[in-house]
Design a protein around this ligand. Structure first.
Ligand SMILES: [Zn+2]
Length: 253
């Protein structure tokens, strides 16, 4: 299996120490990930330090190095308790809002990135939640791809290419064929998580079937057409995963 990496929740006030720790591990492995940038962060959960003044400069230089960029919402504030078409979480910044409102949020978000020299046609939905209007608004604003969904190949749906993420990483790492994405949230990574990441990228004996690739290479993989059956399967998997995570939380209490 070929696995690309995405890093969520990239903001001027993120945990920079953790960010650079991940970067160091990825650099050592020669992997360039996809960064999900929040254009105007207002989510207090993502606030880990004072705003770094050279944020956009850092982003531009990573972009120049070949790192990929995605628009990760507008404010990263959840305005509804709906999961939409990919209900991994019952939270969303977009789901349920009228088309015109979503179109405007996406346009403004993209505009902030562009004014700061960040060019992208990829979208990363906060909490993985989007609905039909989000997809329509993305196409309207010139977006071509979404980092989400389940499956082992990029697929086309509603005039967008979806680049699937992993359902269960340890299982994905053992699979022989296909493509997937490992999702990283540096802000909340523990010592153990850094150790696991390091092992996944370097222990070629344990993970003989998988190869990590740069996100640019994932974008080159031809997409198949999404079938109605796969779309339903994906919805059921997202719902199951959400319920399992909830159950785990209840059992932990
Ligand atoms: Zn996020």
């Amino acid at each position: 299996m070929k696995i690309a990496v995405r890093m969520d929740d990239i903001t001027p006030d993120m945990d920079w120490k953790a960010f650079y720790r991940v970067k160091e591990i990825l650099d050592r492995a020669g992997i360039k990930p996809l960064l999900g940038i929040v254009p105007d962060n207002r989510d207090p959960n993502l606030h880990k330090c004072d705003n770094r003044q050279d944020f956009w400069e850092v982003m531009r230089s990573l972009q120049a190095e070949g790192w990929c960029m995605a628009l990760h919402g507008m404010h990263h504030n959840y305005t509804s308790e709906k999961g939409g078409l990919f209900p991994l979480n019952n939270l969303s910044e977009y789901v349920g809002l009228p088309y015109a409102a979503q179109c405007e949020m996406i346009r403004r978000g993209k505009d902030i990135l562009e004014r700061n020299g960040i060019h992208t046609t990829l979208f990363m939905a906060p909490a993985h939640s989007y609905d039909r209007n989000t997809l329509k608004a993305l196409v309207m604003n010139g977006f071509t791809g979404v980092t989400d969904g389940f499956g082992d190949m990029p697929y086309q749906y509603k005039n967008l290419t979806f680049y699937p993420i992993s359902f269960r990483m340890e299982k994905t790492l053992q699979k022989k064929n296909g493509y997937s994405t490992m999702v990283l949230h540096a802000n909340t990574m523990t010592e153990k998580d850094f150790e696991v990441l390091e092992n996944r990228l370097s222990d070629r004996k344990l993970y003989t079937n998988c190869e990590f690739i740069s996100y640019q290479d994932y974008l080159q993989v031809p997409a198949r057409r999404q079938t109605w059956v796969n779309r339903s399967l994906e919805w059921s998997m997202a719902t199951t995963k959400r319920l399992l995570v909830k159950l785990k939380g209840i059992l932990k209490k």
